[in-house]
Design a binder for this molecule. Structure first.
Ligand SMILES: [Mg+2]
Length: 393
């Protein structure tokens, strides 16, 4: 028997901005690209709950968010406050919250439990239930709910932010549960309640079931987890191959994934799909610069130096090419990342790498081959020319 918590900050980037600026309290806020009065490019990174009431959500094109804000204004509602992404700030706030969450299992009454940061604003905790004398199951889940409530209260009091927490017998259930009552939610799913909890939910709540698998399931008449559970295993394997095995288990709420720090990231990067395929060098270069700035903030938070810059380009025909460059000496500078990224991008804008003048659908940029700060290798690195790879991502 295990007790796992999934802690997920609510509308994290927007909530940090709202917290820090009194004049923004209660107003609809969108953190993302500059809307440039409806002419901007790029997408919404995070919308707070007031902005979500206008139909604005993450990954929505920023021009669309602008239009929705203008419509709201015409209807006499408050206009959206648009703000740029201040990744360095969110990373600082995140580090403090994560430090608090980790401290819960490294000292005090939950010592010996486990902590795993899952993203900038999400983490898993596992309580070491063997530390406690709990007379029965009900008492144990009640106790877990109380503890989760205390964590939420501490986050609110100490950081001025709200989190939603899901509690369950494993990571899968905790993760699905944390999303059920956002924002400021607490959803506890005891082991014996797992099936009743899952069955009525749409299949999309299961991690790994995306729009494609959802459509395929829909064509088989399967909309909800309960219906998925009713599918014979052989049928799932025939339809989805190896992935079908996972679905069979997930529909039953089974997950053996352990709560464990994943170790340092092997790469740090981003990719962006353009609203419209483009070969406009001004647009592509400015997008790449934005991405370099965002990745640079993550690299600064990570603290290590990178040695290799990797660019991925996907054309409108979905052909995907990857090019990389290894630096002579490890670096952490945003400017280096920007320069190297642009150098890798240039050949795709003309006949060198793009003889057919195909428009570009997506660009990805990442850094990898990290070395610890202060551990830089002496002497010069061998320069490597990246190999072309296709169909990656
Ligand atoms: Mg979140």
């Amino acid at each position: 028997m295990r007790i796992v918590l999934h802690v997920d900050m609510d509308a994290f980037f927007a909530a940090v901005e709202e917290r820090d600026k009194l004049r923004l309290r209660g107003r609809p806020i969108v953190v993302g690209s500059d809307p440039k009065a409806g002419k901007g490019r790029g997408v919404v990174s995070t919308a707070n709950y007031a902005a979500r009431k206008y139909g604005i959500h993450s990954a929505l094109p920023i021009t669309k968010a602008w239009q929705l804000s203008q419509q709201a204004k015409k209807a006499g509602k408050p206009e959206v406050v648009f703000m740029g992404v201040d990744m360095a700030k969110y990373a600082r706030v995140s580090a403090n919250i994560m430090q608090y969450l980790e401290s819960l299992v490294t000292s005090g009454e939950w010592q010996g439990g486990a902590f795993e940061q899952a993203s900038v604003d999400e983490a898993y905790l596992e309580f070491p239930i063997s530390n406690f004398q709990l007379s029965n199951n009900d008492e144990m889940w009640q106790w877990a709910a109380e503890k989760a409530g205390e964590i939420k209260a501490h986050i609110k009091h100490e950081f001025g932010l709200t989190a939603s927490i899901g509690v369950g017998p494993n990571k899968l259930i905790a993760k699905i549960a944390s999303d059920r009552q956002k924002p400021d939610g607490l959803t506890v799913v005891p082991e014996e309640a797992v099936q009743d909890f899952l069955d009525p939910l749409p299949v999309r709540v299961i991690p790994g079931i995306g729009p494609k698998a959802e459509a395929q399931l829909m064509s088989l008449g399967v909309k909800r987890v309960g219906e998925l559970r009713g599918m014979p295993k052989e049928k799932l394997l025939a339809e989805f191959g190896k992935h079908g095995e996972g679905m069979y288990r997930q529909a039953r709420g089974i997950s053996d994934s352990v709560v464990a720090p994943g170790g340092p990231a092997k790469s740090i990067g981003l990719h962006r799909t353009f609203g419209k395929d483009t070969l406009d060098s001004v647009v592509l270069m400015s997008e790449l610069k934005d991405m370099a700035a965002e990745i640079g903030a993550d690299v600064a938070r990570d603290g290590r130096l990178y040695r290799t810059v990797v660019l991925t380009v996907r054309f409108s025909n979905f052909k995907t090419q990857t090019r990389s460059h290894t630096l002579e000496a490890p670096d952490k500078d945003v400017k280096t990342l920007e320069t190297e990224g642009l150098k890798l991008l240039m050949p795709f804008l003309d006949s060198r790498e793009n003889p057919g003048r195909q428009k570009i659908r997506l660009i990805g940029l990442r850094v990898e081959k990290f070395v610890a700060h202060g551990n830089e290798e002496k002497g010069s690195m061998k320069k490597e020319k990246g190999n072309a790879q296709q169909g990656l991502f």
